[in-house]
Ligand binder design. Structure first.
Ligand code: BG6
Length: 484
């Protein structure tokens, strides 16, 4: 395979919150990998901006530590680390005052792409935006990047959008949902819209149902305070799973361009039916190990926040009328396993009789681990003994099909940050999409909060609460296996 690295334009990227956890774990290691691959121009500059009083050397030492911790040894060399560090700068900044802004404005170059990453609490978005303009750091061509959580309900999301739009045009705002940066998620679009094979079958006439699973084996360990205010609905369902649902269910956009794609995703969210309580199952994990149950890891021992949620959704449009979409996500499950499975209907008539059993084609798109796709087809079991049918996967593990280079899949953040520099918003959420997702989410959360519904319990290491199985029992459906 030939290398597919296409260098991006020269840039200055300022990371507000440059000493924070996200910068250390994801943003800086991601940028380093792009530098190492040759995608970043040699004189691109990354400027950390934070409250800590530090000089350039001090920050470079911090960045070096982060790379040592989060980039595997075989993916870095002394030469590339030093080269990367040469492009690192730092400014001590006061988001609520004037300190550091003059220095920042003199550091920024003209004639290169200028991007500001707001890796800070949303309450600082407004003050930062004001000062960026007040100190002539921001102009009409700069870009800003913001992280989830983008609000905690419709009202707060609207307020955040307003704050940002008071200072920037929507075309300058890059709202990250890192699931959109995952390789397989983009492949879903390639598979759907680059092949003739699937799209004609991708509708209520041929699809029985769709399952979207994002299972995590980790718990809320160490993040209990944040997580308990969010729960699986706000933390994962409203954003990551909703995005996967949109890409699976949307109509073909007329072009692969940011607004054409986002218009189609928005239509899916707007076509979602309200979900009634009997179509939602929420859970909290319990463990025999001391301190390892959800309620022991959060402050409120009576908390009714869910660490697991499963739901059946209906999309009211011609393509999907009558096709259930089952979505589930949770912490402390059996394995870290995520997939989208499109389960096709039975053949209209079986010529092989009852004994041959029931067989269904399933297309699975695996996000993690081991990114790839399987198309399960029914074949004859080899050997004598009559016509026995068996379902086998046509395995499309990308690394096997495309060679070793496909194993070196960029992390979602790497790809998304490079898209910011390229000025491509296709894989970022538009303000109206975020608001539509909250408008759909809010009544559900309000419903169970008002009713005081307590989540079911499930064992750590299991597949979630048993009650979730009941969502699918109609018509002989069942959840797909969560595979370690
Ligand atoms: C984050 C959530 O957005 O996504 C976390 O806040 C979750 O709770 C994480 O663990 C999952 O991301 P990934 O890429 O590891 O599946």
């Amino acid at each position: 395979m030939v290398s597919r690295v296409i260098p991006v334009d020269n840039f200055d990227l300022v990371i507000f919150g440059g000493t924070g956890d996200l910068a250390r774990r994801k943003i800086l290691p991601g940028l380093f990998r792009r530098y190492h691959s040759g995608q970043m121009p040699a004189d691109a500059r990354i400027i950390g901006a934070a409250r800590s009083d530090m000089d350039r050397k001090g920050y470079q030492a911090e960045v070096k530590k982060a790379l040592e911790e989060f980039v595997p040894k075989d993916a870095r060399s002394e030469k590339t680390v030093n080269g990367f560090l040469d492009g690192i700068d730092y400014v001590t900044i006061d988001a609520m005052g004037d300190g550091g802004w003059k220095e920042l404005s003199t550091m920024l170059r003209k004639d290169v792409v200028r991007a500001f990453y707001f890796s800070v609490a949303p309450s600082l978005f407004g003050p930062l935006a004001e000062r960026l303009h007040g100190h002539s750091c921001a102009g009409p061509s700069c870009r800003i990047v913001v992280e989830k959580p983008f609000g905690r309900d419709l009202e707060s999301a609207k307020a955040l959008n307003k704050t940002l739009r008071d200072h920037f045009d929507e075309s300058q705002i890059y709202r990250i949902d890192h699931y959109l940066g995952k390789e397989t998620v983009q492949n879903l679009m390639a598979v759907r819209f680059g092949n003739m094979l699937f799209e004609p079958l991708w509708n209520a006439q041929y699809v029985d149902h769709v399952q979207i699973t994002v299972a995590e084996s980790v718990g809320v360990d160490g993040r209990g305070a944040y997580y308990d205010k969010s729960g699986a609905m706000r933390d994962m369902m409203q954003n990551h799973l909703m995005q996967l649902l949109c890409l699976t269910a949307m109509e073909p956009p007329s072009r692969f361009d940011p607004d054409a794609v986002r218009d189609e995703k928005l239509k899916v969210i707007r076509a979602l039916e309200p979900v009634t309580p009997e179509h939602i199952v929420r859970g909290q994990y319990v463990s025999p190990e001391a301190g390892a149950s959800y309620l022991e890891q959060v402050e409120d021992p009576e908390s009714i926040t869910e660490s697991y949620i499963a739901m059946e959704l209906a999309i009211s449009n011609w393509r999907w009328a009558g096709v259930p979409f089952y979505l589930r996500t949770g912490k402390r499950l059996k394995a870290r396993y995520s997939e989208i499975a499109v389960v096709f209907k039975d053949a209209p008539h079986s010529i092989f009789g009852q004994a041959a059993g029931r067989h269904r084609n399933v297309l699975t798109i695996r996000l993690q681990p081991n990114e790839g796709m399987d198309l399960f087809v029914t074949i004859k079991e080899p050997g004598p003994g009559g016509m026995r049918l068996v379902d086998v996967p046509l395995d499309m593990t990308f690394a096997d099909a495309l060679g070793p280079e496909a194993e070196d899949v960029p992390d979602a953040y790497e790809r998304l940050i490079m898209d910011v520099i390229r000025g491509n918003q296709t894989l970022f959420m538009r303000g109206d999409e975020v608001e539509a997702a909250w408008a759909w989410t809010d009544p559900l959360i309000e419903g169970w909060t008002e009713r005081g519904d307590r989540p079911y319990t499930y064992d750590s290491g299991s597949t979630g609460p048993e009650e979730a199985a009941m969502l699918l029992h109609k018509e002989g459906r069942r959840w797909r296996e969560i595979r370690p």
